[in-house]
Design a protein. Structure first.
Length: 82
């Protein structure tokens, strides 16, 4: 078995002239280019803030007497036997 150099793997041509093509260089995984470096973190932060704000609004609505009465009436109607 022939050992390849550490930076080069053994290449077999699958079509004529493939050996003359420029080699494909792999990018380092997880590295973003330019100004997009912190975009994922910023997007997660905005989504988390939106979810917390929405949850706060739901808690405020659920504590009101009108909504509480409506939900209790809905549960009583659903559990009533015909």
């Amino acid at each position: 078995m022939v050992h390849a150099e550490p930076d080069r793997a053994e290449v077999r041509e699958i079509y004529p002239g493939a050996g003359k093509a420029d080699p494909v260089r792999a990018r380092r995984p997880g590295r973003l280019l330019g100004s997009e470096g912190g975009m994922a973190t910023a997007e997660y932060a905005i989504a988390t803030l939106a979810a917390v704000g929405f949850a706060g609004i739901l808690v405020f609505i659920m504590r009101s007497d009108e909504v509480r009465g409506f939900l209790l009436n809905l549960i009583r109607t659903a559990l009533a036997l015909p």
